[in-house]
Design a protein. Structure first.
Length: 135
């Protein structure tokens, strides 16, 4: 029997006052370079998903938020070779600071229905319809 190691990742749909969601473009040299994704990252050992997301938002975008501002929305499950991705998606409407692309090639604000036309990682695709219904 093959052991599949889970990979726990958190992501956020930052929603602005106009109902648009922030996406970031993966930089060259990384897996899935050039694809548009929700900001977030891996949950480190000893971290809660919310703490990981707060840390990732500070590192990747230079913004701050609080766990009480992160609303669990959905999850995605995707095979990644010998790992299995479990992506936890949160929605956040309140944060401090202006998002800046610290680790991404670019940022863009889009409406959920516009995401279908973008190249996004396979795990993100099932989440678009949910966001379109929620926002």
């Amino acid at each position: 029997m093959t052991t599949i190691l889970p990979l726990l990742v958190v992501a956020v749909a930052l929603v602005d006052a106009d109902g648009r969601v922030l996406l970031q473009q993966r930089p060259p040299g990384k897996a899935m370079a050039g694809l548009w994704e929700f900001p977030g990252g891996k949950v480190e050992s000893g971290e809660t998903p919310e703490a990981a997301l707060i840390r990732e938002l500070e590192e990747e975008l230079g913004i701050r938020t609080h766990a009480s501002c992160l609303a669990p929305a959905s999850f995605a499950s995707e095979a990644l070779g010998d790992r299995h991705l479990l992506l936890l998606l949160y929605v956040c409407r309140k944060w401090q600071g202006l998002p800046e692309a610290r680790h991404a090639t670019a940022l863009q604000w889009v409406r959920p229905n516009q995401m279908y036309a973008l190249d996004m990682p396979p795990a993100d695709l099932p989440l678009i319809g949910l966001l379109d219904a929620l926002i």
